[in-house]
Design a protein around this ligand. Structure first.
Ligand code: FAD
Length: 390
């Protein structure tokens, strides 16, 4: 896989003096900071509260990066460092719960400037992104408390009472974003109606293949990683007992997933309720939103990759010109894609929320269309797309 090993020449360029605060040290905040740093800005990242449910980190071990995000992260040397703990995804197999194959999509990865789908260890990706930042760029002890912006230079008061002025504040603080609540006139996010559960399913699944099985009211996916198999389950219930029962129905239909669930039953599932985040704007004066703070998507394993693209564009625009013009260009370039997706979601019914079991077939159709279009865009060595060749 093409990547550049960072060298001394690759050290972040001298900073241009602008003070950027990135609120949120998730993968999107760290990606934003890494791209900004590479472009000569000097971001400070503030970390959030360590309030994740017990065991969440252990089960949410992996994330699938799509080729577009892999290409951008390769530019800053990240992929070379996460590769030893990553697995290239060669096949995406979509079946019904009973095992009927609905589609089998093969990646045509192999060209020298081509990038694969990659199942990456989340923690390692976070660590490698963090290593791209200057020492002491990530503040873990001081959280922001108050934000004053009024369209001018944002002033942030931290928990210790100290206030600082910034040229730009980037809200990368997830779906319940504090920056969004403090700086944007926007309603709180609603519930999508689905819950995405993570579980360990070591020993299940096929190497190099993401396998998805779709039932009438639940979907289960197995993602291979270098350290075992990540399981995901999407349900319309947010109760672990009911979700474990939904998983057991897959087993009864011949899908071997629950035998691998570790620990067995509801204790093996860690759930995250899916939200509908649709702020009216991503930019307000010198404030910008990225990642889950800016948008949520139906469960489809694409949100992080799109957000990596967003943060790359944000850094590119900021390197070229000052805020707020750069921020307006960022929003203009990136928000249109979401609006197109939203139009499609409302056209096929998947945009209805809360989504109920009745909406599951629409979700499957959306998923298949998304996968087919992503795989079709990837030319095979013979110039024929993998989906056309089937
Ligand atoms: C089970 C599951 C599997 C997924 N799989 C994939 C996948 O395979 N591919 C994909 O592309 N996407 C996937 N997604 C979606 C993807 O994980 C998210 O879109 C992405 O991680 C969002 O990153 P983020 O940094 O924007 O938000 P978060 O990961 O929520 O990070 C926000 C950060 O901000 C911090 N924070 C919050 N409040 C404050 C505050 N006041 N001050 C400072 N910091 C704060 C939090 O502590 C956190 O660290 C998956 C999601 C789930 C639930």
């Amino acid at each position: 896989m093409p990547d550049r090993t960072p060298s001394a020449e690759d050290d972040p360029p001298a900073t241009d003096g602008r003070q950027v605060l990135v609120v949120g040290d998730g993968l999107v905040g760290l990606s934003a900071a890494a791209f900004l740093s590479r472009r000569g800005l000097d971001p400070t990242v503030v970390a959030g509260p360590a309030d994740r449910p017990a065991g969440q980190e252990a089960v949410e071990r992996c994330v699938v990066l799509w080729p577009s995000a892999v290409a951008l992260l390769a530019e800053i040397g990240v992929i070379a460092e996460v590769a030893p703990a990553s697995v290239e995804i060669g096949t995406w197999l979509v079946s019904s719960r009973e095992g009927t194959v609905l589609d089998r999509l093969e990646t045509a990865h192999g060209g020298s400037d081509d990038h694969p789908f990659l199942a990456v260890d989340r923690r390692r990706l976070g660590r490698v992104l963090r290593d791209r930042l200057r020492t002491n760029s990530v503040r873990v002890t001081k959280r922001p408390r108050r934000l004053r912006s009024d369209g001018g230079f944002p002033e942030v008061e931290f928990e210790d009472g100290v206030s600082e002025r910034f040229d730009l504040v980037v809200g990368a603080d997830g779906s319940d974003s504090w920056v969004r609540a403090a700086g944007f006139p926007t309603p709180n996010p609603g519930h999508r109606g689905t819950t995405t559960w993570s579980f360990r399913a070591d020993g299940a699944g096929e190497p190099g293949t993401v396998g998805e099985a779709w039932g009438a009211d639940a979907m289960v996916a197995l993602v291979p990683t270098a350290s075992g198999t990540c399981g995901r389950l999407v349900t319309t219930t947010d109760e672990a007992v009911a979700a474990a029962e939904a998983l057991a129905r897959f087993e009864r239909d011949g899908h071997p997933v629950t035998r691998a669930l570790d620990p067995p039953g509801p204790d093996g599932l860690v759930g995250s309720v899916d939200r509908v985040v649709r702020p009216d704007a991503w930019v307000s004066g010198r404030l910008a939103l990225v990642g889950d703070a800016a948008r949520s998507l139906p469960p489809c394993s694409l949100a992080l990759s799109l957000a990596v693209e967003d943060t790359h564009v944000l850094a590119e625009e900021l390197a070229a010109t000052g805020c707020p013009a750069a921020l307006e260009r960022y929003e203009h370039r990136r928000r249109g894609r979401l609006q197109r997706l939203d139009r499609r979601l409302s056209a096929d019914g998947t945009g209805r929320h809360p989504l109920t079991a009745a909406g599951f077939p629409d979700l499957l159709e959306l998923r298949l269309a998304l996968l087919r279009s992503s795989f079709a865009r990837r030319p095979s060595p013979s110039g024929v797309s993998s989906t056309e060749r089937r």
